[in-house]
Design a protein around this ligand. Structure first.
Ligand code: AP5
Length: 215
């Protein structure tokens, strides 16, 4: 079955640790589009202990991409929900050309916001990341410290070790970075310097969305 969304979708694109999860709430609030993170969906499947979760984990732990068929199955299920009709904010999807081409048959994409951050900065961001399991809030030991009273419950993701991050970055450069050209040729790629602090990047994103809303 094919699901077609009437509203246009937005893609938040960038290497691991670029700040997609950190900035997605702002974009979702500004555009009214629900955020869909394939990484979060896969981690939920892993926690549930489902067959999809078990298979996905074997790729995620090695910093490899989960096969396109599994990802498209998850995306189609998500697109079948009522709140997808106005378009979605995709975070961390698509990550391969076949995923991008499959998405084209399901929804129109109005813009691709690409956060550009260098590899060295990525490693320090990811190894210092901690997540609050109760709220889902993303923190960083140095760049965004959590309030003292919740520090004891923060978790570090299994794939946030330095070795796995290096593999994830290499996977990004080989398989995902070519999507920049794919969307640049369509005239919908907007590159943002993601190397500033969280507030600076948020301001750049706000300015872009404001400008686009006025077009
Ligand atoms: P996924 O969960 O999507 O991970 P990712 O793309 O590697 O991205 P991250 O979640 O690591 O980073 P982010 O950009 O959201 O950064 P964040 O805001 O947290 O995917 C995980 C795995 O699932 C993949 O490796 C793959 O195996 C699989 N997968 C997922 N989708 C797939 C798909 N479509 N196809 C195939 N496989 C798929 O920020 C990071 C840290 O930096 C935080 O601590 C934050 O506080 C800090 N920070 C953020 N912004 C700044 C800033 N401006 N300055 C300083 N610190 C900052």
């Amino acid at each position: 079955m094919v699901f077609v969304i009437k509203g246009k979708s937005i893609i938040l694109f960038g290497p691991p640790g670029a700040g997609k999860g950190t900035q997605s709430g702002l974009i979702s609030t500004m555009t009214g589009k629900p955020q869909v993170s394939t990484g979060d969906m896969l981690r939920e499947a892993v926690t549930d202990g489902s067959e999809v979760g078990r298979e996905a984990k074997s790729y995620m732990d090695r910093g490899l991409l989960v096969p396109d068929e599994i990802i498209m199955q998850l995306i189609k299920m998500r697109l079948s929900r009522d709140d997808a009709m106005g378009g979605l904010l995709f975070d961390g999807f698509p990550r391969t050309i076949p995923q991008a081409m499959a998405l084209e048959t399901l929804t129109d994409v109005s813009m691709v916001i690409s956060l550009v951050v260098g590899d060295d900065e990525i490693v320090s961001r990811i190894t210092g990341r901690r997540t609050d399991p109760e709220t889902g809030e993303i923190y960083h030991l140095e760049y965004k410290p959590a309030p003292q009273h919740i520090r004891g419950r923060l978790l570090q993701r299994d794939d946030d070790t330095e070795d796995t991050v290096r593999n994830r970055l290499s996977t990004f450069h080989k398989q995902t970075a070519p999507l920049s050209d794919f969307y640049r040729e369509k005239g919908i790629l907007i590159e943002i310097d993601g190397s500033g602090d969280i507030k600076q990047v948020s301001s750049s994103i706000e300015a872009i969305i404001d400008a686009k809303s006025g077009e």
